[in-house]
Unconditional design. Structure first.
Length: 95
């Protein structure tokens, strides 16, 4: 069972708070208004201070089209390219 959400749920007119237990994100849509942005920040800050939340929980503000790999992995269909080199490496003969 895949619990990850689909990227199409993120609409540019809105802001979202994504709670991934030890990671908390606010996603800011490019067409969202100042009130939506303020409310998303307020909700995220309250969640961050919630009793029982791990003190090392990270909080990240994500702006539409600048999403990090860590954010994208929370969705089942987010297009991304990982910066991974898959070419064989030249290893020294001692190795």
């Amino acid at each position: 069972m895949n619990l990850k959400k689909k990227k199409k749920l993120l609409l540019p007119e809105y802001c979202y708070v994504i709670d991934a237990e030890t990671e908390l994100y606010t996603w800011v849509g490019s067409n969202s208004g100042i009130n939506e942005r303020k409310l998303a920040n307020l909700v995220a800050k309250r969640l961050l201070c919630e009793e029982g939340r791990e003190p090392w929980t990270s909080f990240t503000k994500v702006i539409e089209n600048t999403e990090t790999v860590m954010f994208k992995e929370k969705f089942c269909d987010y297009p991304s390219e990982l910066p991974v080199n898959v070419q064989p490496a030249d290893l020294p003969s001692k190795f």
